[in-house]
Write a protein that binds this ligand. Structure first.
Ligand code: NAD
Length: 477
């Protein structure tokens, strides 16, 4: 495109990107001290502005429970920063790799090097965590980082931009605007790596745009995460843990349990307990500050539509009130709702719910559940509740998902030493901790030849001795 046809925000994006590329190609990569300094600045920025960030996110949601922002965003990032700062010297060190016998004597090393400039496209649901957690990994790996936050979080996006601009050189770490056209222009830039967190639908568009530049991608996508309550499970315990995980951030969590399979005979008992726990946790008052609002009217209406369709097709809702109740609707608080008697044909079972609606389905035989899961896209998360180890191992072996928590939900995500990432339609690649460091590095293999190496024996002309050398090589291979 002709530069003059671009909007000012897209021109500014281009300029920052090209300045970053130039700096990454023209200067030495940051050493350990420089990376630690950047990470500490990020830590200081977060600590000094925790309250402002929390308020900006709450303004974007209408209401976001402050403690949810603390545990799922700021505290999460502070833990990731602490872990990264502690482990960085070890991660950056060249890794010793064994040398195959036939190349002896020699040395092999795997040297982690920054890729250059990493782009991050983030969604709105945990806007702070999902912009900065990948940035921590990318900065630790020595990259320059450009972040594009979501247009659905304008207060947060403007504040993050301001805070990052105050603490970082724009060619080190920058946040773009969220004006029309920026997202598409961003995905079209020839980054050295692009991290996209968002829906599977937009993930496909971003992967296509990145593919044109051969830009490698980490795609952190969504989907429907199944939850299985085995016959051996404690129904009440499972219901309480599922209720909590489903209602955190009012269900607007990529790894929230999307639907639950329970044994047919225990459906009503389970649904009753689930509803009871939801009531106990969040009560009947929509103004309850512990309960988060739905991000926009459009998203609220989409959830209303899913519930309406389920009811029209015979499902029974269990909730304190209807989402049309004006007291709830005006605050965009969607009443937590258990959808009893959900079936596969309902719209609620065809798309990621991403809200506080929890369909309960039944089964007679665990194979049915496995067949159902395997007939759909690979989920981002899977949850299993029960005590029967054989049944548990069977589900683990026969299903494939981004991650699994047994006898609870969400917790695999919070493990600093475990990779985060989907599989198939739920994503490509991993990050968090060392997994992020490695994803945003080129692990460059280097072979150090020794002066005593006998490679010369392989050079032509091939005389009679070559037959012996061939025998020796076959023996050593
Ligand atoms: P979304 O896909 O609508 O938007 C995500 C980002 O993509 C936004 O910044 C948006 O501006 C940008 N975008 C939109 N169109 C684009 C285009 N054509 N080119 C480039 N960028 C474009 O997702 P959302 O509604 O913000 O977030 C909800 C989704 O994200 C859910 O599906 C959820 O499961 C998923 N999610 C996944 C994870 C994970 O870690 N796997 C975490 C959080 C959310």
């Amino acid at each position: 495109m002709d530069h003059s046809l671009k909007s000012p925000p897209v021109t500014a994006l281009d300029d920052t990107f090209h300045a970053m590329i130039e700096a990454s190609r023209g200067t030495s990569p940051p050493d350990l001290a420089a990376r630690q300094d950047s990470l500490r600045r990020l830590r200081g920025m977060l600590a000094d502005n925790e309250r402002r960030l929390e308020q900006a996110i709450s303004a974007d949601f209408g209401h976001r429970c402050a403690f949810e922002t603390t545990i799922a965003e700021t505290l999460f990032l502070q833990t990731e920063l602490k872990h990264t700062l502690k482990m960085l010297p070890r991660w950056m060190a060249p890794r010793r790799i064994a040398t195959s016998l036939q190349f002896f004597p020699a040395r092999n090393r795997l040297i982690p090097q920054p890729l250059g400039v990493v782009g991050i496209i983030a969604p709105w649901n945990y806007p702070l965590q999902l912009t900065l957690a990948p940035a921590i990994g990318a900065i630790a790996a020595g990259n320059r980082v450009l972040i594009k936050p979501s247009e659905l979080t304008p207060h947060f996006s403007a504040l993050l931009r301001e805070l990052i601009a105050a603490a970082f050189d724009p060619i080190e770490l920058s946040v773009t605007g969220i004006e029309d056209g920026v997202a598409q222009a961003f995905a079209a830039l020839p980054f050295d790596h692009l991290v996209f967190t968002g829906s599977t639908r937009v993930g496909r568009i971003v992967a296509e745009a990145a593919g044109r530049n051969l830009t490698p991608v980490t795609l952190e996508l969504g989907g429907k995460s199944p939850t299985i309550v085995d016959v051996s499970a404690d129904i009440d315990e499972a219901a309480e843990r599922i209720a909590y995980a489903k209602l955190l951030n009012a269900g607007q969590t990529c790894i929230a349990p999307d639907y639950v399979f329970v044994p047919e005979a225990r459906r009503d008992a389970f649904a009753g307990r689930l509803h009871g726990h939801m009531l106990r946790m969040f009560g009947t008052n929509p103004a309850n500050g512990d309960y988060t609002s739905i991000i926009s009217d459009r998203h609220y209406q989409r959830l209303e539509g899913l519930l309406r369709d389920a009811i029209a097709r015979g499902a029974k809702p269990l909730s304190v009130t209807s989402p049309e109740d004006p007291a709830w609707k005006k605050l965009r608080k969607f009443p937590p709702t258990v959808v009893v008697g959900a079936t596969a044909e309902m719209a609620i079972m065809q798309e990621e719910i991403f809200g506080p609606l929890l369909p309960v389905l039944t089964y007679r035989d665990a194979h049915e559940v496995i067949r159902f899961i395997n007939a759909h896209d690979r989920p981002l998360a899977l949850y299993w509740f029960g005590k029967d180890e054989t049944a548990r191992e069977n589900v683990l072996a026969r299903t494939l998902s981004g991650g699994v928590t047994i006898n609870d939900c969400l917790l695999h995500f919070a493990q600093m030493n475990q990779p985060m990432g989907g599989v198939g339609a739920s994503g490509i690649g991993h990050y968090h901790g060392e997994w992020g460091f490695d994803s945003f590095s080129k692990l460059k293999p280097v072979f150090y030849r020794s002066p005593f190496n006998r490679m010369k024996d392989l050079y032509p002309p091939y005389g009679a001795s070559i037959a012996w050398i061939e025998k020796l090589l076959r023996f050593l291979s």
